[in-house]
Each structure stands twice: as structure tokens, then as C-alpha cells.
Design a protein around this ligand. Sequence first.
Ligand code: B12
Length: 258
Amino acid sequence: MLDLKLEDIDGILVRYNVALEKEMTPDEAAEELYPKDELIYPIAKAIYEGEEDDVVDGLKAAITAGKNPIDLINDALMVGMGVVSQLYDEGIIFLPNVMMSADAMLNGIEYCKSQTTEVPTPRGNVVCHVAEGDVHDIGKNIVVALLRAAGYNVTDLGRDVPVDEVIEAVTKEKPLMLTGTALMTTTMYAFKEINDKLLEKGIKLPFACGGGAVNQDFVAQYDLGVYGEEASDAVKIADAIVAGTKDIAALREEFHKH
Ligand code: B12
């Protein structure tokens, strides 16, 4: 009879380059993705766990240690949500977990906003919205928070915004820029409709678009579209407009990858 010990089997597997599939729990998988920074790690972990109080405790500790509350939106909250998004995409966690994390993230954004003592000088109006039919508003909320922190007066139309409501707001507010967020391939076509309705009315303003579903090629298909990959690009585009770059082609030249 063959008398094999565990070490022998390991040796055989190594020799034939066969890795034993080790099942990872969701928590272990998340652990591998967290950032190592000791101030950011607990915030990212609390976002994954959907623990609102722990998120705020982590933020408090980071702010006390000298981190800027608005920078923490990008550098900690979004990093935590990135872990959640990746695990959801890989089928490791499911929608209820994601919803709890999203709530903890939104609560964290509100806390960061409440902690900023900077009083920025008004730089102009911007209208922000999430495409009709789309409830994914985390990215849009980051865009709004960063624009406000940079001194823009933001009209936040919220999520799942009907096309006509966007047109109405632009007509009323006369913003220097409109932003749109879409995370679903089924909702992003609302941007083209908004583009066409604005042009019919003779309104030609930069329409900065982002969100997981859209990419530069899609946004470049309609006349007013300027693509931004990161929420912070919305601020950069608005700053460029304030600095005098109002022409869409010039904005694309500056912000699109060639
Ligand atoms: C969180 C989440 C949810 C939450 C949303 C909570 C909330 N309040 O937003 C809940 C649980 C409610 C949800 C519901 C659904 N979801 Co969902 N969800 C996600 C998930 C996991 C993460 C999205 C997210 O918040 N990412 C983090 C944020 C920060 O990213 P972001 O918005 O893209 O923003 C970044 C940039 O794009 C940029 N940005 C954003 N906007 C703008 C604007 C400008 C101007 C600029 C410059 C930049 C910019 O800034 C941010 C970073 O800097 C994604 C998977 C994924 N990997 O994306 C699926 C995902 C988006 N969901 C999906 C689906 C299908 C659904 C549901 C239909 C599920 C269902 N069967 O019910 C429903 C949708 C209902 C509806 N009508 O909208 C699909 C969409 C597929 C598709 N391509 O169409 C995805 C991609 C999952 C998947 N892989 O299948 N979801």
C-alpha cells in the first residue's frame, strides 16, 4: 500500500506546479485589498463593514492627525468603496453589503464636509446630476463635495433626474458647467438627449460627464461632452473654464487622452 504523508503530497504539487485552491472568506479577500496606511486602513475597513460610527471615528482620528477632511473623501472613503466595488464585481460580496457600505460612505462624506473650516470664495455656478433611471449617486456626491470645497456654488439635482428637469435647471441657473454621472450602460444615453435638447435651445455649455459606465469615446460622441475619469477632474474642468477655456474643443484638448 502507498504510504503518503502530507509533506510528500505538497512536494509532488510543488514539483508539478499545481497550486492548492484555498477558499478565501470575503473578510480575508477584503483584508488583502485595504491600504496599508495606518490612518486610512481603519476607515476603509469600516466602509467595507458598513459601520457608520467606525467610519466617523476613523475620520476623526485622521483629521486629528492633520489630514484635510476634504482630501479624506478621495484618499480614504473612496478607497474603501473601491474595495467594496471590486469584491462585488468579483461576486465575493452581494448587494445588501454594498448598500450598507454605500450608506457608511455617504455618511462619511457628510462628516468630512461638516469638518472643513475653509470658507472658499464663490467661483461660479455648476449643476450636477445622475442620469435618468440611475440611482448610483456616490460618485456624483463626491463630485458635488469637491466642487463645493473648491468654492463652486452647486445645484445638486440628485439621482435619477429626468432629462427635462436637467434642461430646466440649466436654463434657470445659467451654470458655467453641467455635470452628469451614469453607472449603467442603459442610463448613459440620457446624456446625448440632454446634449441635443440644450443645443436645440441654443445653449452651448460644457457638459462634463463621468461615472463607471461612460468612457471618453462615448462622451466625445456628443458636441458638448467633456469626459472626466476622476471626481477631481470636475473641479479641474471648472477651474479651466473660469480661467477662460470655454470652448469645448479646447477643453477636450486639455482633458481628453490622445
Ligand atoms: C454601490 C453600487 C450600488 C448601490 C448604489 C448606492 C448609491 N447610493 O449609489 C445599490 C446597491 C443601490 C446599487 C443598485 C443597483 N445596481 Co449597482 N453598483 C454599485 C457598485 C458596487 C459600486 C458603484 C459605486 O458607487 N462606485 C464608486 C463610485 C465612487 O464610483 P463612480 O460613481 O463611478 O464615480 C467615480 C468616477 O466615475 C468619477 N465620476 C463620477 N461621476 C462623475 C462626473 C464627472 C463630471 C466626473 C469628471 C467624474 C465623475 O468620480 C468617482 C471617482 O473619482 C457598482 C460596481 C462597480 N464596480 O462600479 C454596481 C453597478 C454600477 N450596479 C449595477 C447594477 C446592475 C445595479 C442594479 C440594477 C442591481 C439590481 N439588480 O437591482 C441596481 C440599480 C438600480 C438603478 N435603477 O440604478 C451594475 C451596472 C451594470 C451596467 N453596466 O449597466 C454595476 C456596474 C455592477 C455590475 N458589475 O453589474 N448598486
